[in-house]
Design a protein around this ligand. Structure first.
Ligand SMILES: *Cc1c(COP(=O)(O)O)cnc(C)c1O
Length: 379
């Protein structure tokens, strides 16, 4: 059954973005495919990224890591957020590196490895100023000491040390060098305790493209992988990233209305002149935020047309003026296919008062994903 709307994913754009960032950063990249590849489909993005030279995959949860393995993706993979009672045996058996932030989780990892009779590959996470996950302050030497103890007994191997930046998307942010310094101190403590990590990483997309001292051995890229400028520009940014997702639908109803016609619930919007309204079959359940009201637009009939009135759960209304629109006409909600001046995901994020990540990961389950330029096609 065909869906009412479709997110078309250009895998050649994903591949190109991997090469673009790896070249700009001068390090290999970890393709961050958490949250189903930011809504693009984790396994498909992973394959495209690996094909273009990405060395690592990054996911949040154990379930996401194991789903990649079930899909046949065997590349080095790191996961980093766990239940308090996480069963680490499945991850270790699947050859997934475990990012560890607390001694509680580290003990559970070592226990699982001992039971399995195979050492766990661990990447210790330091909190260098984000105050989210990772071990900070006095907790770091303690975590490192436990890790060394488990390493000596043979239950784990500390492959990596890593951390995450708070605001690398703000050009010239003083927090970035502060976090680099804190990270270098954490590394010094880890090495001083006898650990010898050969994979040190800190940079996200913004840092990979702008902050050389954050790059170390690897850059973990999310937003740039998907072709979104991490600095908030509505195009591909200075390095020419290419948007991977195009959100498409079709007009499903058209009506000519007089001035003074109320549109959608409320109505918050009343037409000021005779005009034509086109109905689109996607709404906030599909990821178009209600908070965009009065600002959003789509590409239809060769131009940008405003979304008018409240976005409903399943549908929204576009004012096309006097354009000759008919049922079945194609609509681009966002994306950069066919060099049209269609809105970008970054514009949708601005209209909603949020970031592009939230728009991309909010694209709902009813929206079908389709893929262009997969492995077998020429990009
Ligand atoms: C999501 C995430 C990334 C990717 O961040 P971008 O800013 O989208 O590049 C990198 N590292 C970690 C730990 C993350 O959670």
């Amino acid at each position: 059954m065909a869906a009412l709307a479709e997110a078309e994913i250009d895998l050649a754009a994903i591949a190109r973005n991997v090469r673009t960032v790896a070249t700009a950063a001068g390090t290999p990249v970890m393709a961050v495919v958490k949250a189903d590849g930011f809504g693009h489909g984790a396994a498909a993005v992973a394959r495209a990224a690996l094909g273009a030279g990405a060395r690592w995959l990054g996911v949040t949860s154990a379930a996401e890591a194991l789903a990649l393995r079930s899909a046949g993706v065997t590349a080095p993979t790191l996961s980093w957020l766990y239940r308090p009672d996480e069963d680490f045996a499945a991850l270790i058996a699947a050859g997934v590196d475990v990012g560890v932030s607390t001694p509680v989780h580290l003990r559970a990892v070592a226990d699982a490895a001992r039971r399995l009779g195979a050492p766990a590959m661990v990447q210790l996470k330091a909190d260098t100023g984000l105050s989210r996950n990772g071990a900070a302050g006095e907790d770091w030497p303690e975590l490192v000491a436990w890790a060394r103890k488990y390493e000596v007994e043979g239950s784990i191997r500390v492959r990596g040390v890593w951390s995450h930046l708070a605001d690398a998307d703000v050009p010239g942010s003083p927090a970035v060098p502060r976090q680099v310094a804190a990270f270098e101190e954490a590394l010094r403590i880890a090495r001083g305790a006898g650990l010898d990590p050969d994979l040190v990483h800190l940079a996200n997309s913004a840092a990979a493209l702008s902050a050389p001292r954050t790059r170390f051995d690897l850059c973990r890229i999310g937003l740039a992988l998907y072709g979104v400028d991490p600095f908030g520009g509505t195009g591909g940014g200075a390095v020419g990233l290419r948007a991977a997702m195009t959100l498409r639908t079709t007009v499903v109803n058209v009506k000519r209305v007089p001035a003074g016609t109320g549109v959608s619930y409320g109505p918050d919007h009343v037409t000021s002149r005779p005009t034509t309204l086109a109905l689109l079959p996607l709404g906030y359940a599909d990821g178009l935020p209600r908070a965009t009201e009065g600002r959003a637009a789509v590409w239809l009939a060769g131009r940008r047309c405003p979304v008018v009135g409240r976005v409903a759960m399943d549908q929204c209304v576009v004012d096309v003026g006097d354009a000759p629109v008919t049922i079945g006409d194609p609509v681009v909600v966002f994306g950069r296919r066919c060099d049209s001046a269609a809105p970008t995901v970054t514009e949708w994020a601005r209209w909603a008062g949020t970031n592009p990540h939230e728009i991309l990961t909010g694209i709902g389950a009813r929206v079908a994903r389709s893929y262009l330029h997969g492995e077998t096609e020429k990009s």
